[in-house]
Design a protein around this ligand. Structure first.
Ligand code: CU
Ligand code: CU
Length: 309
C-alpha cells in the first residue's frame, strides 16, 4: 500500500481530512478516562510527553524522541499508530497517510500561497468552527484548556525557510552514516542533519519554525500538518536507507545505558500497551515491520526519485 503526495490525489486529501476530523471528535473516538478529549488529543499528549522525558535525565538535550537516534524510528512508530486510527475511522484497510512535499513549495515565489494552505486542504483547520486546540504545554506539564481555542499558524512569520530540494539532496548525498557519538543535537550523521540541528538548511526543524504557531511547540501534533510533514521526513529516511543499504542503525544494543530509548533493541517511548515492544529495529523496513505490526501496516512511497541526485 502506498503513501502518496497529498497534492497529487484529491481523494486521499479528502480521506485525510475526514479521518482526522473523526478521531478529533470525543463522541466518536473518546480518550478513555478523559471526558471531552479524543484519541487525536491523546497523540498530542504522547508527543509532548516524549519531549519531557530526557534520556538520560541528567542532561537537557536528548529526549526519548528528539535530538537523538530514535528521532526517526520514534516518529515512524507515532505515524504508524496514528495511521491505524485513520484506517479505522475511514473503514478503509488500504488507507495510508499522505505526505506534504514542502521542498516543492520552497521553490514557489510565495510558499504561503501553496494549495496545501487553501481552504480545500489544510487551510480549513484554521476555521474555529472546524478545529479547536484542547491541550497545550503549561508551566507544570500538559494543560487542558478550560476554553479551547483556534489553531495557531504564522506561515513564514518567524523567519526560517522551507528547505529546498537541493538542500535535502545534499544531506542525502553527504551523510553516509546514520548517526554518530555523542548521539545528540551536536552529532554529525544523517539523523541530525535531517532533524535539523546541524547543517545550513535545518531541514525538519525549519519546517516547524516556518509554519510557526502550534507547530513550534511540544504539542505540535495539534496541527494536522504535523502528520504530513513527518510523513515526508519519513520518506526522506526511506530514500536514505535505499541509498546506503549497508549503513546500520546506530547505536547498537551494546552501547551505554546513557543511550537508553535510542539503542536498536530498546523499546521506543510509548503510551500504548503493545503486544511486543516497538524498537528501532522493528520499524526499520516499512515493508517488513516487526511485531506488533504486520502486513496490515506495511507501506511504500509513491516516489523517492525527487530525492536522489
Ligand atoms: Cu516530534
Ligand atoms: Cu517534528
Amino acid at each position: 500500500m502506498i503513501r502518496q503526495n497529498i497534492l497529487s490525489d484529491e481523494g486521499v486529501l479528502q480521506q485525510f481530512i475526514d479521518g482526522v476530523l473523526a478521531i478529533k471528535d470525543p463522541a466518536r473516538f473518546p480518550w478513555p478516562g478523559q471526558p471531552g478529549l479524543s484519541i487525536y488529543d491523546f497523540f498530542v499528549a504522547w508527543h509532548h510527553q516524549s519531549m519531557m522525558l530526557f534520556t538520560p535525565p541528567t542532561q537537557r538535550d536528548r529526549n526519548s524522541a528528539h535530538s537523538g537516534p530514535a528521532f526517526l524510528p520514534w516518529h515512524r512508530y507515532f505515524l504508524l499508530r496514528f495511521e491505524g486510527y485513520l484506517r479505522t475511522a475511514l473503514s478503509d484497510n488500504d488507507f495510508r497517510l499522505p505526505y506534504w512535499d514542502w521542498s516543492a513549495d520552497a521553490a514557489l515565489s510565495n510558499p504561503r500561497q501553496s494549495p496545501i494552505w487553501s481552504q480545500e486542504a489544510l487551510g480549513r483547520f484554521t476555521q474555529p468552527a472546524i478545529w479547536q486546540v484542547r491541550i497545550v504545554p503549561g508551566t507544570r506539564g500538559l494543560t487542558r484548556l478550560a476554553q479551547p481555542r483556534p489553531l495557531d499558524r504564522d506561515l513564514g512569520a518567524l523567519g526560517g525557510a522551507l528547505p529546498t530540494r537541493d538542500a535535502v539532496r545534499t544531506v542525502l548525498r553527504n551523510q553516509v552514516v546514520y548517526d554518530a557519538p555523542p548521539y545528540n543535537s551536536s552529532s554529525t550523521g544523517f539523523r541530525n542533519y535531517l532533524e535539523g540541528w546541524e547543517g545550513p538548511a535545518r531541514i525538519h526543524n525549519n519546517v516547524h519554525v516556518w509554519i510557526g504557531g502550534d507547530m513550534a511547540d511540544s504539542t505540535s501534533p495539534n496541527d494536522p500538518i504535523f502528520y504530513l510533514h513527518h510523513c515526508n521526513v519519513d520518506r526522506i529516511w526511506q530514500a536514505w536507507r535505499i541509498r546506503y543499504p549497508n549503513a546500520p542503525y546506530v547505536p547498537p544494543q551494546s552501547a551505554s545505558n546513557n543511550l537508553a530509548f535510542h539503542r536498536i533493541d530498546d523499546a521506543l517511548y510509548s503510551v500504548f500497551r503493545e503486544a511486543a515492544p516497538v524498537t528501532p529495529r522493528s520499524v526499520l523496513n516499512p515493508q517488513a515491520l516487526g511485531a506488533p505490526f504486520s502486513a496490515a501496516n506495511h507501506y511504500d512511497y509513491d516516489t523517492l526519485a525527487d530525492l536522489q541526485g
